[in-house]
Design a protein around this ligand. Structure first.
Ligand code: SAH
Length: 215
């Protein structure tokens, strides 16, 4: 697994372009500067790995655009030591960004092939994030509650099971919507269990699967 000066140079440029698009959190920019994104893509995409674009990763899924990863991470407002649940592991790239921010990461994926590939690869890279196979709508109750929950697929609604797994004082980020375009929403659970909702613009994510049979 090779990370060369050329790749490092390309990453620096990527970080600059994300900065220009409005990401100010230094810890997030440092994480993107550090993580070798080209290793998360099939080799045929090597030349494009540091464009600020999403890419196919198999099983009909995509690795999110770096700007979107940074934007969601910024809204999530991760604090060192936070327990974070990610819905939609995909390539594992976002999970690594969260870990670089000091989170204890739990991540669930609905596609078995992707789950198996990602779990092995991320461990090889030296990250400790824990991966689960299953339906993210149900969360991962065994390790709940979480300080933060990040949904990285388009959700038509947020399940009560997930909301239950969020700590009081916790935050949940979700691209919410039924169609091609979703609204980025942040839900904050107050100390007395009230939910506050804020909106942060439009995005396009692959849909969150519901009632999919196990592979
Ligand atoms: N966070 C990923 C990109 C996610 S793309 C990364 O950093 O690469 C969205 C992912 O959500 C896909 O891998 C898709 O298979 C997964 N997904 C879709 N529905 C799901 C569900 N119900 N539960 C868990 N994962 C789901």
């Amino acid at each position: 697994m090779l990370d060369t000066y050329r790749h490092k140079g390309m990453r620096k440029k990527l970080v600059e372009s994300i900065k220009q698009k409005g990401i100010t959190n230094e810890n997030i920019l440092n994480a993107i500067n550090k993580i070798p994104r080209h290793l998360f893509l099939d080799s045929s995409f090597l030349e494009y790995a540091y464009d600020d674009k999403p890419f196919p990763i198999g099983s009909g899924q995509t690795i999110s655009q770096p700007y979107t990863v940074a934007f969601q991470s910024q809204l999530l407002d991760v604090q060192k030591g936070n327990k974070v649940l990610e819905i939609g592991s995909g390539s594992g790239y976002q999970a690594c960004v969260l870990e670089e921010l000091g989170a204890k990461v739990f991540s669930i994926e609905r596609q078995k092939k992707l789950y198996l590939k990602t779990k092995t690869f991320i461990a090889e890279l030296g990250y400790k994030a824990r991966f689960f196979y299953g339906d993210g709508n149900k969360g991962v109750p065994a390790f709940a509650p979480y300080d933060r929950i990040l949904i990285t697929a388009a959700a038509p609604e947020i399940s009560n099971e997930l909301l239950k797994q969020l700590k009081p004082g916790g935050k949940l980020i979700v691209p919410l919507g039924k169609g091609d375009v979703q609204t980025m929403i942040r839900i904050t659970k107050t100390a007395d269990n009230k939910l506050i909702e804020e909106k942060f613009g439009s995005f396009r994510f692959v849909p969150m699967l519901r009632n999919k049979a196990d592979d």
